[in-house]
Design a protein. Structure first.
Length: 142
């Protein structure tokens, strides 16, 4: 790697580290999962944001309907999606919800919904900063 290439990689890492201080979105981990492709990381974050609300609405409906198998499936899918974008606090909440659903403890699932929404709001704040950082990285790499 040339000196200028090493400098660019160092600057990229510094920008990512500034954003990754919040565990709601571990941007450095996401960028590594995307093999350094910041455009892919940005697309994954956008896709996750777009689908999350609809899937949470389905999750809430499954709770209201007492549909435990669907609830287990939905919490598992959302947990996986959160993990894929390195939204680790959301992943943790959804993991607890999945365990509660598997134990057919709907009261615990309902009790976790507030935490889920709180962590979602934290994620959205982090995503806004991450999107700016990713755009900056994309611009500096062109």
């Amino acid at each position: 790697m040339s000196h200028s290439g090493a400098l660019e990689a160092s600057k990229d890492s510094a920008v990512v580290r500034r954003v990754e201080a919040n565990p709601a979105l571990e941007l450095d981990q996401l960028v590594r999962r995307c093999m350094g492709c910041t455009a892919l990381a940005a697309r994954l974050l956008d896709s996750f944001e777009k689908r999350f609300s609809a899937e949470v609405a389905q999750l809430v409906q499954a709770v209201d309907d007492g549909d435990v198998p669907r609830l287990v499936r939905l919490t598992h899918q959302l947990k996986g999606a959160a993990g894929n974008v390195s939204a680790m606090t959301l992943h943790s909440v959804l993991s607890r919800m999945e365990e509660a659903a598997r134990a057919q403890s709907l009261d615990l699932v309902v009790a976790s919904l507030k935490d889920l929404f709180d962590q979602w709001n934290c994620f959205l704040e982090c995503k806004a900063s991450a999107t700016l950082s990713l755009a900056s990285l994309q611009a500096s790499n062109h």
